[in-house]
Design a protein around this ligand. Structure first.
Ligand SMILES: Nc1ncnc2c1ncn2[C@@H]1O[C@H](COP(=O)(O)OP(=O)(O)O)[C@@H](O)[C@H]1O
Ligand SMILES: [Mg+2]
Length: 251
């Protein structure tokens, strides 16, 4: 299994806190991998390092054989790595559709698309991709509503649409089911299943163990910045260290 994304001996310190401590793992193309662990374990930090929000203290992140640690968030996004945020951040005055368009600008090549003769074509293409993304998450009918008016579960799906609109190959999803009720979680499960079928490679941070166990082919477990386990759902569920650190309290 060749790696699409690989973290090698990655560490990240914040002052005195070692948020990640010598973490290594890889993800193959089209895998849906879960990343679990208690609060403060370092899950979001993994996303911040892979997406280039923070620099690493040690180690490297490699995408398709190219070292991406040290690259800017924009360059990393252009390579096809998109992420969502644990906390939804919406603009008060923007519609659902505009949120997706704004998210896309990070991948369009600014001046070139704005001032070239292809600008109109590029703009039309951007709008088509934005509509496709909204279609994928079931929000195309609500595209003209202010995003803040959406129910919470729909806002979380909009987060995913914003990532999808950049035409990524890798999706880093940070707790997409947080705060969702059972119906909304069911909708999210179907969406993630669809995205997997469509061939996206997904790294899913999530506390909803039922969702993680149902969807993921492999699960990585972090505890205090260390990767303590990696395996199939049954392997992880039976791992005593994981039970002690996390599953015992999560379930
Ligand atoms: N920007 C930051 N500045 C200082 N400490 C941080 C920062 N981001 C994360 N941390 C610390 O790193 C550790 C891991 O945090 P995080 O990756 O957010 O955990 P998780 O997402 O697993 O809950 C925590 O101790 C957290 O307080
Ligand atoms: Mg987090």
């Amino acid at each position: 299994m060749s790696a699409l994304l690989e973290l090698s001996h990655v560490s990240k310190g914040f002052g005195g806190v070692l948020a990640l401590d010598d973490v290594s793992f890889s993800i193959a193309q089209k895998e849906l991998v879960g990343l679990i662990g208690p609060n403060g374990a370092g899950k979001t930090t993994v996303f911040n390092l892979v997406s280039g929000v923070y620099g690493l203290s040690a180690g490297e992140v490699v995408h398709r054989g190219v070292r991406i640690s040290g690259s800017s968030p924009t360059r990393i996004a252009r390579r096809g790595i998109a992420r969502t945020f644990q906390n939804i951040r919406l603009f008060r005055s923007l519609t659902v559709f505009d949120h997706v368009l704004v998210a896309q600008t990070c991948r369009s090549r600014g001046l070139m698309t704005q001032f070239s003769p292809f600008a109109t074509h590029a703009e039309a293409e951007r709008r088509r991709q934005a509509l496709d993304a909204l279609e994928a998450v079931g929000l195309v009918q609500r595209r003209d509503e202010p995003a803040v008016h959406l129910p919470y579960g729909a806002q979380r799906r909009l987060e995913i649409a914003r990532a999808l609109a950049t035409s990524p190959e890798i999706l880093l999803l940070d707790e997409p089911a947080a705060g969702l009720n059972d119906t909304e979680t069911g909708e999210l499960r179907r969406l993630l299943d669809t995205l997997r079928t469509r061939g996206y490679t997904i790294l899913l941070v999530e506390h909803d163990m039922k969702l993680v166990m149902q969807l993921c082919s492999r699960i990585l477990v972090l505890n205090f910045g260390k990767l303590i386990a990696c395996g199939t759902p049954p392997e992880v569920r039976a791992n005593q260290e994981v039970i002690d650190a996390y599953l015992g309290v999560a379930n």
